[in-house]
Design a protein around this ligand. Structure first.
Ligand code: NAP
Length: 254
């Protein structure tokens, strides 16, 4: 772990999408800073594995299984985290990821609704669940997760692009609204991150081609995203809000 952010020690951090991939790596990064972490996803076994890994490393970590498109389930997440760990200082709404390619002419209405729900509405509902506590305390850092697909046209499906473009707007809007209340909201927009899933599904020759499309000539890593999340959540970014950072190897530059 390269960066060090002492102000994150002891903070309660909730990470949706924390059961695998970028979210799980981010959970490990916050735990390494001494934060108390709650990971949220739907897969109980995967959540258990992340918590076992974090606690084996000496961290305080819990999981709550929930579907983040369900506001009632999110209320349960908030109640559980607050009672077991305390008030939440950092919220990373990272769950999502339905970027599979589909020609727009054949994208069904059901797919459109499902993807918007999973990748955009979920972030709104997650933030809304934790906002009252942050407003009451007059502090908090919220991180949202967009994608290079929301920054410029890509192979990903239209609904995913629109959802991720919406996350950039959601971030800016909330940052302006919540700044006076002491709450910062920033967004991370990764391109081509080599998660376990991408590693398993993308053949090596395609990985090489994708890497070559990035000025820095490699795919991103979950660690690249996690480092950005630490920075944005920490006091090192105390004067930053409403931003979207393109963790994209130079492929997207705002
Ligand atoms: N990998 C990339 O190249 C890339 C690039 C740009 C943006 N992103 C964004 O980064 C985020 C994480 O992606 P990833 O690549 O790490 O994907 P991943 O490995 O497939 O992980 C997705 C995570 O989101 C959770 N999730 C999805 N829908 C959920 C729901 N309805 N309720 C609860 N949890 C849900 C999953 O939990 P369960 O499996 O436990 O349900 C899992 O923890 C996504 O928002 C994605 O759009 C990824």
């Amino acid at each position: 772990m390269s960066g060090s952010y002492p102000d994150l020690a002891g903070q309660v951090v909730v990470i949706t999408g924390g059961s695998r991939g970028i979210g799980a790596r981010t959970a490990r990064a916050f735990a390494a800073q001494g934060a108390e972490v709650c990971v949220v996803g739907r897969d109980h076994d995967a959540l258990d594995a992340v918590v076992a890994d974090l606690t084996a490393g000496g961290a305080t970590a819990i999981s709550v299984a929930a579907d983040v498109t369900d506001s009632t389930a999110l209320d349960t997440v908030r109640g559980t985290v607050e009672s077991r760990l305390g008030p939440v200082g950092v919220l990373a709404a990272f769950a999502g990821g339905l970027g599979f390619p589909v020609p727009s002419a054949t994208l069904t209405e059901a797919q459109w609704r499902q993807i918007l729900d999973s990748d955009l509405t979920s972030a709104f509902l997650t933030i809304q669940a934790f906002l009252p506590g942050m407003l009451e305390r007059g502090r908090g850092a919220i991180l949202t997760m967009s994608s290079a697909a929301g920054r410029q046209p890509s192979q990903a499906n239209l609904a995913y692009a629109v959802a991720n473009g919406g996350l950039v707007t959601l971030t800016r809007h909330l940052a302006a609204e919540l700044g006076p209340a002491g709450i910062r909201v920033n967004c991370i927009a990764p391109s081509s991150i080599l998660t376990e899933k991408v590693q398993a599904r993308m053949p090596a020759d395609v990985q090489e081609k994708v890497a070559a499309a990035h000025p820095l000539r490699r795919l991103g890593t979950p660690q690249d995203v996690a480092q950005t999340a630490l920075f944005l959540a920490s006091d090192a970014a105390a004067w930053l809000t409403g931003l979207t950072i393109d963790v994209a190897g130079g492929r997207v530059t705002g």
